[in-house]
Design a protein around this ligand. Structure first.
Ligand SMILES: Nc1ncnc2c1ncn2[C@@H]1O[C@H](COP(=O)(O)OP(=O)(O)OP(=O)(O)O)[C@@H](O)[C@H]1O
Length: 272
């Protein structure tokens, strides 16, 4: 791997519930290198979302996050970063793309205002005019053909795919070195899914950004990720290059995951 952008060592998350403590994440390690996509795969409930929320400092007060470190290159240990500073890390250093784009967009602000508010929140001194110019460029960059019209509109006027493009544009406006994407294509049409993943991988290849991609879809991992981490019950059970893990899975759970893909031969087609 090239230079490490994110190095997570020994991450644990305990969640207090009325029925006792849930050990949602049980000591996981992962690294994301510059210019690569690290896929995190596993079945529902294995702790994927909790892992990334723990990294991003987005868990509620009933959760306890522990780790040896969550080191972000050029910044330091996220675990030891105060909550107020974490707000600046999110957006400026790490862009976050969630599963439901409409949950990320503000329904009552125009799209243009959301770009402007983002700049303001991070203390970037840009006029409304400059912010609009930047936003137009960002929207054009994510393949929106009529950016001015989208900027003047509201989230509810967008299709799911368009909304996710806008979220990706917002998430990358401040040039974060790392993008964390949690099931970014779930709920979108299959053709739109491919367009969104092409867009994300294009950002990685053309701009040397890094992506931590959470998905339950092995097909997406096979096609887009460079390396993969397989999670089961809050732990990493296997990790390696996508080719190695897909072609010669070592852990019984990974073998089961691969054999449950309906069109398994296509996995091998995409990884070559
Ligand atoms: N707020 C919470 N209260 C109680 N338990 C929780 C909470 N959040 C997560 N959990 C539990 O932690 C474990 C991991 O959940 P998590 O959502 O991280 O899994 P996931 O792999 O992202 O699943 P999915 O693919 O369905 O989103 C599960 O057992 C879940 O029930």
């Amino acid at each position: 791997m090239t230079e490490t952008v994110l190095d997570v060592k020994g991450l644990t998350v305990d969640i207090a519930t009325p029925d006792g403590v849930v050990h949602a994440v049980r000591g996981i390690d992962l690294q994301v290198g510059r210019g690569e996509i690290l896929g995190v795969v596993g079945e529902s409930g294995c702790g994927k979302s909790t892992t990334i929320k723990g990294i991003l400092g987005l868990l509620g007060p009933n959760s306890t996050v522990g780790a040896d470190h969550i080191e972000l290159a050029g910044h330091g240990d996220l675990l030891r970063t105060p909550a107020k500073k974490m707000r600046h890390v999110r957006g400026r250093r790490i862009g976050f793309v969630a599963q439901n784009p409409f949950g990320s967009l503000n329904p009552i602000y125009s799209i243009e205002r959301q770009f402007h508010e983002l700049q303001k929140a991070h203390g970037t001194k840009v006029s409304k005019k400059e912010s609009r110019e930047i936003a137009l460029g960002m929207l054009a960059g994510v393949g929106i053909v009529n950016p001015a019209r989208v900027l003047d509109g509201y989230a509810h006027q967008l299709s799911g795919g368009m909304a996710q493009r806008v979220v990706i544009a917002l998430a990358t406006t401040l040039s974060p070195q790392l993008l964390i994407a949690d099931e970014p294509t779930t709920g979108l049409d299959v053709t739109v899914q491919a367009q969104i993943m092409d867009l994300i991988s294009g950002l990685v290849r053309s701009e040397q950004r890094s992506v931590l991609l959470v998905t339950h879809d092995l097909g997406v991992i096979a096609q887009y990720a460079d390396r993969v981490v397989v999670m089961l019950e809050g732990k990493v059970v296997e990790h390696g290059s996508v080719t190695d893990v897909m072609v010669d899975p070592q852990h019984e759970y990974t073998q089961k995951l691969i054999s449950s893909v309906p069109k398994r031969e296509e996995l091998h087609d995409v990884i070559g």
